[in-house]
Design a binder for this molecule. Structure first.
Ligand code: C5P
Length: 213
């Protein structure tokens, strides 16, 4: 019998990562941040001094991706995030990373009781049969404010207007790409967290999950 999968999708800085990680720990599910795969590929490309828009290089790097690459130290950098959204529009890259994600969902590591995956296309493409699908949203302003605070808190320089602009650019690219664009699956429950703090969003998500599992 296959183990249950929870798909959590949403735009950048929607709070889906925090929520997904916490949810997984609470119900003893394995957690995979699928954005880190695209970030790892982007980081490897930047390290080589290559252009993330070069689709031949991107496809080659993605093809040799391994689980270890998720541990690279620069994955949270803004420039890696931007480059990640460029390589994520590459169909060959997406194809290479798809199998890794599906294997994780099918056989979650360390005897976990199921898997939580978060990203942009988990409910629509990676795990269309997921038992539970959540789509986490919030206004661009709220998300930019959260990201801005996060950057300042970890000691990075940040300008709110710049963060908002980058976020809109990334949203635009994620929503309008031809392959696996960011959107809620038809059977996803959308959770607008614009007026919720992280605790509240977690409580709402947890009760949705316990109703359905
Ligand atoms: O979620 P995160 O910001 O870490 O993701 C980085 C980039 O990876 C996103 O902007 C998006 O373009 C891409 N991504 C994706 N599909 C996923 C997860 C992330 O296209 N499932």
């Amino acid at each position: 019998k296959t183990l249950p999968v929870i798909a959590i999708d949403g735009p950048v800085a929607s709070g889906k990562g925090t929520l997904a990680r916490r949810l997984a720990a609470t119900i003893n599910f394995a957690y995979l941040d699928t954005g880190s795969l695209y970030r790892a590929v982007a980081s490897l490309i930047l390290e080589r001094g290559s252009d993330p828009n070069d689709s031949v290089v991107a496809a080659k790097v993605a093809d040799s991706f391994t689980a270890d690459d998720i541990n690279r130290s620069d994955l949270r950098d803004e420039k890696v995030g931007q480059a990640a959204s460029i390589v994520a529009a590459n169909q060959e890259v997406r194809k290479s990373l798809l199998e890794f994600q599906r294997n994780f969902a099918k056989a979650p590591p360390n005897n976990h009781l199921g898997a939580v995956l978060d990203g942009r296309d988990i409910g629509t493409v990676v795990c269309p049969d997921a038992e539970i699908k959540l789509f986490i949203s919030a206004t661009p302003e709220v998300r930019a404010k959260r990201r801005h605070k996060e950057l300042l808190d970890r000691g990075d320089e940040s300008i709110y207007a710049r963060v908002l602009e980058d976020l809109r650019e990334r949203d635009e690219r994620d929503r309008n790409r031809a392959t696996a664009p960011l959107r809620a699956a038809e059977d996803a429950v959308t959770l607008d967290t614009s007026d919720m703090d992280a605790d509240k969003a977690f409580e709402v998500a947890k009760s949705l999950v316990s109703e359905r599992l």
